[in-house]
Design a protein. Structure first.
Length: 503
């Protein structure tokens, strides 16, 4: 590794400003997508049955292993190359396209096998639709990587927001037209095609008809370990779903998928969007480990402070919210919603640690971390799901995240001189402050006479008490982190209402 060249103060400020603005834009995408998605999920929950949710979960399960070819990490490798991106863009485009074709073929071959394993031919059609999406989505990979490399976060955020809104709108329309399980999968190829068109209008990396097969090995040197790490993650996901799909009813599988979709969506969006900002920003600091570590820890603390209260509210809202908004048919999913909500904090922070490892170019360490986690978790998760069902399976996911995430974060921060107390400084404060903020609402509901404790009252008490108290506690005990997060939000609001020029 070469010695880092001196970085001027103006360059540091420019990077910090562009990263802050990028975070603000992608936070807007997250909140906008979630608001629209929340409304859409209400319609879908009333228009579709748990059986439909179960079928789409089984279809996704059948597509995960073939779809692993689409998780090569080529876009991340291209972003990490920074100024050398133009040299590798053409090879990356063709590599993504061929791998997408391979994934689609494998999904088509997997369809009849899935029909036999899950004892229903109804999964075949949805699998074929997902396969068509695997052919189309690679078209957006290289221009998307180019936008990410150039820190064009505004464009990424607006395209991502449009994608999420359009996909949900199409799903609701199809559900109203009685398309059943196809309501989930038809939007995938349609919106993927439109996203590819948008990305190519915004970024036009030079592509030639020559696939440059010899350069694929150069990309594979970085993407190979990432592909292996993705395989481990996909194997965990597949084992979980198979433990339910093979041994339990489709209704239980539907409750499981509904709970995951409801509880994990906010944090999943935060994790995806922050990765779009954090990874390219950290990649520009790859020769300055201490600055890189500082940027990572600030982002991780801000995200933890934002994600923890969201997850706590989801846990509190789960029972009254599901019954009041989605209907009593989804009450069996409530415990899973609560466990998934708690686990999603660890999912977010583990994703940030993976971003730091990728920015450092430590792809082999990512692979080893993922492989060890998979070997230890898969047998336990599969047996628990097979014998005890979905609720117990999600509980093991929470325990897995509680153990795995701090280990992964410690591995990531060591290169820059980080220590275990830095990891604890990310996890412990928001959890403790979040629990303290919940206590008054719990006590008030406990003291309230039962005749007044309706679902609506429980929701109002939680909303009116917990978030303001949490904000006050964070401002009192974590002032620097509070000010930084508030600055991101203020930047977003100024851009929306004052129409400031984008970076």
């Amino acid at each position: 590794m070469t010695q880092a060249e001196p970085v001027s103060t103006s360059e540091e400020i420019s990077l910090a400003q562009r990263t802050s603005r990028g975070f603000a834009w992608l936070l807007m995408q997250t909140l906008g997508s979630k608001a629209f998605s929340a409304v859409g999920q209400i319609f879908l929950a009333h228009l579709l049955a748990p059986h439909d949710y179960g079928l789409v979960a089984l279809a996704y399960t059948a597509c995960t292993i073939p779809g692993m070819l689409r998780q090569t990490g080529v876009p991340q490798v291209l972003v990490q190359k920074q100024s050398r991106f133009p040299r590798w863009a053409n090879a990356g485009f063709w590599m993504e396209l061929y791998l997408g074709l391979g994934a689609a073929i494998l999904m088509v071959l997997a369809a009849p096998i899935a029909a036999v394993l899950f004892h229903t031919r109804d999964v075949v059609g949805p699998i074929l639709v997902v396969a068509s999406s695997a052919l189309i989505s690679p078209l957006a990979a290289v221009p998307g990587a180019d936008l990410t490399r150039r820190l064009e976060f505004r464009s990424l955020a607006l395209v991502g927001l449009a994608y999420n809104i359009l996909a949900m709108a199409i799903s609701v329309l199809l559900a109203a037209l009685h398309f059943g399980v196809y309501s989930f999968v038809i939007p995938l190829p349609v919106c993927s095609a439109l996203r590819a068109v948008a990305f190519w209008r915004l970024a036009r990396p030079r592509i030639r008809w020559n696939p440059q097969f010899r350069r694929w090995w150069g990309l594979a040197a970085g993407s190979g370990p990432l592909l292996g790490a993705s395989f481990c993650a996909v194997t965990i996901f597949t084992a979980q779903n198979l433990s339910l799909g093979l041994f339990h009813s489709k209704e239980m599988m539907g409750d499981y998928f509904f709970a995951w979709n409801l509880a994990s969506q906010v944090v999943q969006l935060l994790a995806t969007n922050l990765s779009g900002v954090l990874f390219p920003a950290l990649s520009t600091l790859q020769n300055d480990p201490q600055r890189q570590l500082g940027a990572f820890l600030r982002a991780a603390r801000a995200m933890a402070l934002l994600a923890v209260p969201i997850c706590i509210l989801e846990i509190i809202f789960a029972r009254p919210g599901v019954e009041l908004i989605y209907g009593v048919k989804w009450l069996p999913a409530v415990p899973m919603v609560q466990y998934f909500a708690a686990a999603s904090v660890f999912t977010l922070l583990a994703g940030l640690a993976q971003n730091l490892l990728s920015a450092q170019g430590r792809f082999l360490l990512q692979l080893r971390w993922a492989a060890i986690a998979a070997v230890l978790y898969i047998p336990v998760g599969f047996v628990v799901g097979m014998k005890y069902g979905a609720v117990a399976l999600v509980a093991t996911t929470l325990v897995y995240g509680f153990i795995n995430t701090p280990i992964g974060m410690f591995l990531a921060v060591r290169r820059g001189g980080g220590r275990a107390r830095d990891v604890a400084g990310v996890l412990a404060p928001p959890c403790l402050l979040g629990l303290a903020a919940v206590i008054p609402a719990v006590l008030l509901l406990w003291l309230l006479p039962m005749k007044f404790r309706t679902d609506l009252v429980e929701l109002l008490v939680a909303v009116l008490l917990t978030p303001p108290l949490y904000a006050l506690l964070v401002r009192r005990f974590r002032r620097a982190d509070f000010d930084e997060l508030a600055g991101h939000i203020q930047s977003l609001l100024r851009r929306i209402f004052r129409r400031e020029p984008a970076p």
